[in-house]
Design a protein around this ligand. Structure first.
Ligand code: ZN
Length: 138
């Protein structure tokens, strides 16, 4: 995982109360906070937030998780979209890595030797086929 993404996760864990307070009204309760859960209909608060642990949990409907989980659920976002939204809020810049994935590409060839070569051969043949059939039409 990218370092700046990790920074957003850490920050949102530390500031879980601030993150959730953007969406719901929080009330101090003992060592943490309580709120009416936005994920099910209720009049008495059963969602509790632990500032120390950086997690929230609803004892009414069972929903719970990290600050990022909360933003994902509230806004219907993917994980990385929620991270970007929070990064913006925390003024953290997400550095885009140019590598498409962390999987080393060499490994796949090692697992199935020759598979990728075969696939590209098939692709080449298809191209030739399309090329030929176009010429036949003309
Ligand atoms: Zn709930």
């Amino acid at each position: 995982m990218n370092q700046s993404v990790q920074a957003v996760i850490d920050r949102s864990t530390d500031d879980i109360v601030d993150v959730l307070a953007n969406y719901i009204d929080l009330k101090r309760s003992g060592t943490g906070y309580k709120a009416c859960c936005p994920f099910h209909d209720e009049k008495t608060p059963s969602l509790s937030i632990s500032e120390q642990k950086g997690i929230w949990k609803c004892f009414g409907c069972g929903e719970g998780g990290s600050a990022i989980d909360f933003v994902m659920k509230m806004e219907g976002l993917e994980f990385i979209e929620a991270v970007k939204k929070l990064a913006n809020q925390f003024h953290i810049t997400i550095h885009k890595s140019n590598k498409p994935a962390e999987k080393p590409s060499g490994n796949r060839d090692a697992l199935v030797p020759g598979l990728f070569n075969q696939k590209s051969e098939i692709r080449k043949q298809k191209k030739v086929f399309v090329h030929l059939s176009l010429h036949k039409v003309i």
